[in-house]
Ligand binder design. Structure first.
Ligand code: GCU
Length: 621
């Protein structure tokens, strides 16, 4: 469609209207670490419009233009305050019956007041999760667009925010072949602003990101930090001194910051974090700037001094509770703090029958309580980054985690934009959680057919994960090579731990293949069975050969754990899955739109027979 034609009307003729919104990305480069920062919640009941044709972005409702150039009133099609209310955070699918399968654009809007509290203060909106594409506007100005349904992103509002503000967020939840995941998955596609939305206030020069961990081999803490040099200034301009304090360890170290970066090796001998002893330390990191851009910061410092604030001479200060441990691979062993460990786990989806992908602390702690009943020490957070609170609570509770990006099944591996999306989601996950002791493994995907493009795509992702964090093993859930009946996947050369999904006794009834496969294989690194299992409808009983019964599921588990226990190079397992979960692909009378492989019913209470089999297996390991 020619935009030059005399009768071109952009809101109805512009087929590539979205390009302008995609030109400004909200991505990992703009992520502000919020650990230890006071955040003001923007959760609540926002006005909400079901925008089937994406008209808000096509017709630019966000500009709120209600009068023409001559000042005459215009007939507009939006009406923020008359719209229904939608809870934030929530999945719209479970908030309105008519939205259960809605995968289009939802328009969220609310007003909020913002008054700067300190000279030079900057402010950011931080979204913990929006599924899938979120385009954010403030007071009619585009702040940018984020892709990815499960990772956090930030938008700076300094210079755009007024005392009274209107935010408009268009959340579009389509499944598409070029997205990550693509349009076919085995879980429910929830949509909306389904995780927290918050306002962060930071000094003009502030600590944007920091990574603190134990050196893999020395009694030394490694710190890398990044300072944002000031609104508009190139981030690399900040210089000054950072200070790391860990009172209980007697650590009080100054770190020189130049061009926005600081790095240090700090001798320390912390008590090592482990599932048995989830020791966390109170960590404080501050920064005092000497670069001219930090006038606001110095003014902040002066103002702070006048106010007698404890951090008067400091531009910025953040805190966190951090555990220090070592996780590594040696030959076919996984080592935690130098000792071989067997990962006694189970898979979980972030799917709750009442709240969908929106979770809370009680749900997370209840999941961990069920893991304890299984005598487990480890969870595979499938198949996408879970809520950031999970790793924080796992730090406290002493649970090891496998964290994963949704490079799931048949991704558009040859599409550069798809790779950029996957790499950005991985970066946002690692930047969010790399200070969490509980996160033990980064996974770059699940069940992807071996091809040259897939190998290139996923090996690049593995390299990116190592670039952001060289301290954790990298894995992926690979498929058995069914022709060779062996664990053989070219991607394994790029992994530290080989994850294997297998469903012998369920999708492939010939269970005898499993021991043969394990005997046929000669992996030179640890293997974890990251999925096995079968469906059982709670309460359905029968013989051990009757599909969909608890009896068959339990017998399948008995046979699986017997073979797993006998294999010398299997160093962990996470059966599929702890809870039954919503899944639109599951249409028979036993499943009724749920995947029923859970050891516990979707009610998250009632256990099936196989639960006990797994608990017994883990009890003695
Ligand atoms: C696959 C896949 C899961 C899926 C499971 C199943 O292994 O990784 O996401 O739910 O099998 O078929 O139940």
């Amino acid at each position: 469609m020619s935009k030059e034609s005399g009768n071109f009307l952009s809101d109805i003729h512009d087929a590539d209207y979205e390009a302008a919104f995609l030109a400004l990305r909200l991505d990992a480069a703009g992520l502000v670490k919020d650990s230890g920062r006071a955040a003001e919640s923007l959760n609540g009941r926002w006005n909400f419009g079901v925008d089937w044709y994406d008209t808000c972005r096509r017709a630019k409702w966000f500009l709120e233009k209600t009068r023409d150039e001559a000042g005459r009133p215009m007939p507009v099609d939006w009406d923020w305050e008359s719209w229904e209310r939608m809870k934030v955070p929530a999945c719209w699918n479970l908030e309105r019956e008519e939205l259960h399968y809605f995968e289009g654009s939802g328009v969220y809007t609310r007003t909020f007041r913002y008054l700067g509290e300190k000279p030079g203060e900057r402010a950011f909106l931080r979204f913990e999760g929006a599924a899938y594409r979120a385009t954010v506007f403030l007071n009619g100005k585009l702040l940018g667009t984020h892709d990815g349904a499960s990772t956090p992103f930030c938008a700076e509002i300094s210079g755009v925010a007024e005392a009274d503000n209107r935010i408009v967020v268009v959340v579009e939840a389509r499944r598409r072949a070029d997205r990550v995941p693509m349009d076919n998955t085995d879980w429910f596609n929830y949509g909306g602003l389904y995780r927290d939305v918050k306002l962060l206030r930071v000094p003009s020069v502030f600590i944007k990101d920091w990574f603190l961990r134990l050196d893999p081999s020395d009694s030394v803490l490694l710190l890398d930090l990044e300072i944002d040099g000031g609104a508009g200034a190139a981030p690399g301009k900040a210089s000054g001194t950072a200070r790391l304090r860990i009172g209980e360890l007697g650590v009080d170290a100054e770190i020189a910051v130049k061009d926005g970066r600081g790095t240090a090796r700090i001798p320390a001998s912390p008590e090592l974090w482990s599932p048995e002893n989830p020791k966390l330390y109170e960590v404080e990191l501050s920064f005092t700037s000497t670069s001219p851009d930090a006038a606001g910061g110095r003014a902040t410092a002066a103002a702070g001094a006048a106010a007698g604030a404890a951090v008067a001479s400091t531009c910025d200060l953040v805190r966190d509770r951090i555990g220090f441990r070592r996780i590594s691979v040696r030959g076919r062993d996984i080592l935690l703090n130098g000792k071989p460990i067997f990962l006694k786990g189970i898979c979980v989806h972030e799917d709750h029958f009442l709240t969908g992908k929106t979770t809370d602390e009680a749900t997370i702690r209840s999941t961990i309580a069920h893991l304890r009943e299984l005598n487990g020490n480890y969870l595979r957070l499938a198949h996408y980054p879970h809520d950031g609170r999970f790793a924080r609570i796992a730090d406290e509770e002493g649970v090891l985690l496998w964290a994963e990006v949704p490079v799931y099944w048949a991704i558009a591996f040859g599409n550069p934009a798809t790779y950029a999306d996957a790499e950005n989601q991985l970066s946002e996950l690692v930047l969010r959680d790399r200070n969490r002791a509980s996160v033990a493994i980064w996974s770059v995907g699940n069940e992807n057919a071996d091809s040259d493009t897939r190998l290139s795509f996923m090996s690049r992702l593995a390299a990116r994960a190592r670039e952001l964090d060289g301290t954790r093993p990298i894995s992926a859930a690979c498929l058995i090579n069914h022709e060779k009946l062996a664990i053989e996947d070219r991607l394994a050369d790029h992994l530290d731990i080989i994850g294997v999904n297998e469903y012998y006794g369920w999708y492939d009834p010939d269970f005898a293949k499993l021991p043969r496969i394990l005997e046929n294989s000669a992996p030179d690194k640890p293997v974890v069975i990251c999925e096995f299992g079968g469906d059982a409808r709670l309460g359905d009983r029968g013989s051990v050969d009757d599909l969909w019964t608890e009896d068959k599921q339990a017998r399948l588990y008995e046979k699986q754990v017997e073979v797993i226990a006998a294999c010398p190079y299997i160093k962990g397992t996470t059966p599929w899955i702890l809870y039954d979960f919503r899944c639109p692909r599951r249409l028979n009378r036993h499943q009724e739109l749920f995947n029923r492989k859970g050891l516990i019913d979707e009610d998250r209470k009632t256990k099936k027979l196989a639960f006990r089999v797994m608990a017994e297996f883990y009890k003695d390991r």
